[in-house]
Design a protein around this ligand. Sequence first.
Ligand code: FMN
Length: 349
Amino acid sequence: MRISLFSFLYRSTRLVITRLIYFYQNLFSKPKDLEPAVKIGDGILGSVFIFKKIAFDYNIPKGCEIDIYNLKFPSPLIGSSFKSDANVLDMWLRMGLGSIIFKTIMKEERKGNPRPRLQEVNSKGKRGLFNSLGLPGPGIKKFTEEIKDHVLWEYDRPIGISIGGDNKDDYYDNIQKIEKALLNQKVQYFYELNISCPNTINGQTICEDPRSLHELLSLVKKKIKHPISIKVSPDISNITLKELGEVCQSFDRIIINAGNTHYRNKAELGLRDSNFSMNGGGLSGVTIFDRTVEMVKLFSNFKIPIMATGGISTIDHIKVLKDSGASLFGMATSLVLDPYCVPRINRQF
Ligand SMILES: Cc1cc2nc3c(=O)[nH]c(=O)nc-3n(C[C@H](O)[C@H](O)[C@H](O)COP(=O)(O)O)c2cc1C
């Protein structure tokens, strides 16, 4: 009852805010842009935080927990890497996520691509998000200053640290800096290598080149004992995905994160030129779910724990993915559209 009520309030408030913002943008002939609504929404969530006990606090029922490489996830639901706002991440953990993964961090501070670069879209009758943010973020220096005493460690749940890079050295240097910052901290964490990162200098991603992944893991594994999740793109061919699986299997303490946004051209999604600054971007949400299942099945042939990411929002999605071989379930778009899916699913395990 409480879940349904707050879910309704959340969805209605979100709808009103986005419609008002679009109305304003239309009135003043500005391009349609979802980001102001996200900022206002995050601000409102921050200000209703005084009601956090009643609005956001949900116990994770016993029986949901899972242990992977000594990381103790109280629930297998994971907040996928896409957000860094501490208040919002805190809210999702309160609702019952077993872990969150910070938004991918790059070496230097980045402003990301020009706006508009985030839209809500309808693909095949299903709601989703379409983004080409271009990995905006504070850069590794500021991130390492903040990570040491981050409020989220208080949950004692595994925290994922998503690393991006323009080349292998960037990934390695970023990890080393974080290791230094977290030295002697008694906290649970794992790394996630966002090798689908489409921002490398030569335009190719490590995800497209299994040999590069092997070199990167050989480098990183010399220093790092913490588990490493390898986040692979659904846009890669199944043949290359299999080769990536073989590389991952040759190292210990690896998790495969099967799934990310799907690359689409903006015209395919019916977006006007003025409403999206880049030619294409990443589609997310329920519409990409089938490919997530396909990837999980492909990786289930390897002896590596699998996190499934892409299009998850209900217990039925989880059941299909669990039967296909996944143990952890990453969510992004569903947390934006209705985060109350988290306590709802936790109760249905
Ligand atoms: C606005 C936005 C920003 C994202 N930023 C990142 C990121 O920084 N790093 C990353 O690995 N994935 C990023 N993602 C991808 C998500 O983590 C997730 O893999 C993808 O959205 C598919 O899951 P979903 O269908 O549950 O949204 C982003 C997704 C969205 C919608």
